[in-house]
Design a protein around this ligand. Structure first.
Ligand SMILES: [Zn+2]
Ligand SMILES: [Zn+2]
Length: 346
């Protein structure tokens, strides 16, 4: 089968790989129908994720059809259409029982990381019963792909950890797919204002269409001053960091109002100063989280009811055979005006 394989920092290839086989009774083999590329895949290709070894098939998002289910799989059978969660959960360990499946003792974020992933014709899914979801009849399949990772990530790490409430002023730093997913799901709680900060006008235009009430282009580096002016010097109640850079986390610390929440979503590769000299007395909460994907059933219902329209995040389509071009497009997101790309395996 064809698969996108990581070789070493900067090197990848579309190549023939052996079709995966079931290893445990609780595994399922899924024929991928649609998958996508995540910002995390670009981090892997830069060499930022040392757990990914040479020869690994990348990808942790997608949908497909059960080709074969192990004898221990009870919720799925051959032919079922399934949504693959980016988090594999055994459902039994201490962390899974606490709803912290990202730290599952036998799973967590393994797909496209420590085991082969979804940017391929087939993928082996361990703990299938608790790591896959049925796709309802009449579901828009492309919208389903947004439920593998970005929507639960934006919602759990940004909105739930940020404790967004109806009277809040929310600032979301970073209008990429994850920041926009946080914006879409923050709107469940109708906060008073959602300020979106990015350096790309196209992404800010999209944010406006998706419900941001104020936009700040930070190419001049003056976001901090602008946010403080917009809030009459008070700052924001919730600051969601969806970039993963020291400068953007510093903005969050500078704009947070007393009693506020800083919810980190970004993947950080270097240390960031923590300004306790000013924050110690401000009653703030700082949270970090790797998505647990425990809200996927809830989000699936909101998509099916039409309250959440994640398809708006999809900008490009490619066949799986053109995955290299898809990476080029996604890797030059500003120039290509790319958000999420859909790869289809015919
Ligand atoms: Zn991802
Ligand atoms: Zn577990």
């Amino acid at each position: 089968m064809k698969a996108l394989v990581y070789h070493s920092p900067g090197r990848k290839g579309l190549q023939d790989m052996p079709r995966p086989m079931l290893k445990e009774a609780t595994d399922a083999l899924v024929r991928i129908t649609k998958t996508t590329i995540c910002g995390t895949d670009l981090h892997i290709l830069k060499g930022d994720v040392p757990t990914v070894s040479e020869g690994r098939i990348l990808g942790h998002e997608g949908i497909g059809i059960i080709e074969e289910a192990g004898t221990g799989v009870t919720r799925f059978r051959q032919g079922d259409r399934v949504l693959i969660s980016c988090i594999t959960a055994c459902g039994k360990c201490e962390y899974c029982r606490r709803g912290m499946c990202s730290h599952c003792e036998q799973g967590g974020w393994t797909l496209g990381n420590t085991i082969d992933g979804t940017q391929a014709e087939y993928v082996r899914i361990p703990w299938a019963d608790t790591s896959l979801h049925h796709i309802p009849e009449n579901a828009d399949e492309e919208a389903m792909v947004m439920l593998s990772d970005i929507l639960p990530t934006g919602y759990e790490c940004g909105v739930l950890n940020g404790c967004v409430k109806p009277d809040d002023i929310v600032a979301i730093i970073g209008a990429g797919p994850i920041g926009l997913a946080a914006l879409l799901t923050a709107r469940f709680y109708s906060p008073a204002d959602i300020i979106m900060i990015d350096r790309d006008d196209h992404r800010l235009d999209v944010a406006k269409k998706l419900g941001a009430t104020k936009l700040i282009n930070n190419s001049d580096g003056k976001a901090l001053l602008k946010i403080m002016a917009m809030t009459f010097g008070r700052g924001v109640d919730v600051a969601i960091e969806a970039v993963g850079m020291p400068a953007t986390f510093e903005i969050c610390q500078a704009i947070i109002a007393p009693g506020g929440h800083i919810a980190n979503v970004g993947v950080h590769g270097e240390s960031v100063p923590l300004h306790l000299e000013t924050l110690w007395s401000q009653n703030i909460t700082i949270t970090t989280r790797l998505v647990d994907a425990v809200t996927t059933p809830l989000l699936l219902k909101t998509v099916m009811s039409g309250r959440l329209l994640p398809k708006q995040l999809i900008t490009h389509h490619f066949p799986l055979s053109e995955v290299i071009s898809a990476y080029d497009t996604f890797g030059n997101a500003a120039r290509e005006r790319a958000l999420k790309v859909i790869l289809t395996n015919e």
